[in-house]
Ligand binder design. Structure first.
Ligand code: TYD
Length: 134
């Protein structure tokens, strides 16, 4: 997989008859310090989230429950990654266009972010994104 540094990261998984356990530590499984955590849930069938890029924010996305697709685009190459397990996640470095869709019923997308929320960090216009990538 090669859309500008994005990659699937397998997380530690302790399988146990009592139930499994997985872990994320900052600067270990993910290459940044976690400044913010948010999650996307109760997504109605057919809805899309994202549809923007960040100039500085990098993210790590995990399907904690259910499944969804993440579409990545670096301005030249596009990739779709289906996330459906809580023991791996998708590292999305800054500067990629991303959209999420195909959410299953009761899916839960956890997003760890490298920066605090900043409305000025968003590029929401795709043509502007392509100019930004030139
Ligand atoms: P947005 O990032 O546009 O969601 P998505 O990428 O899934 O389409 O955020 C939706 C709303 O939530 C927007 O009005 C701003 C608010 N928001 C925050 O206040 N803080 C945050 O950390 C995030 C991610 C969103």
């Amino acid at each position: 997989m090669n859309v500008n540094g994005s990659r699937i990261v397998n997380l530690p998984k302790f399988t146990d008859p009592r139930g499994n356990l997985s872990i994320i530590e900052e600067l270990k499984e993910i290459p940044f310090k976690i400044e913010r955590t948010y999650w996307i849930y109760d997504v109605p069938g057919g809805e899309r989230r994202g549809g923007h890029a960040y100039k500085n924010n990098s993210e790590f996305i995990v399907a904690m429950s259910g499944s969804f697709d993440v579409h990545l685009d670096d301005g030249k190459e596009k990739k779709t990654i289906h996330l459906n397990r809580s023991y791996y996640g998708l590292y999305v470095p800054k500067g990629l266009w991303r959209e999420m869709d195909n959410f299953s019923t009761n899916s839960l997308a956890l997003v760890l972010s490298s920066t605090k929320y900043d409305v000025n960090d968003y590029i929401r216009d795709y043509q502007e994104f392509l100019r930004f990538k030139e």
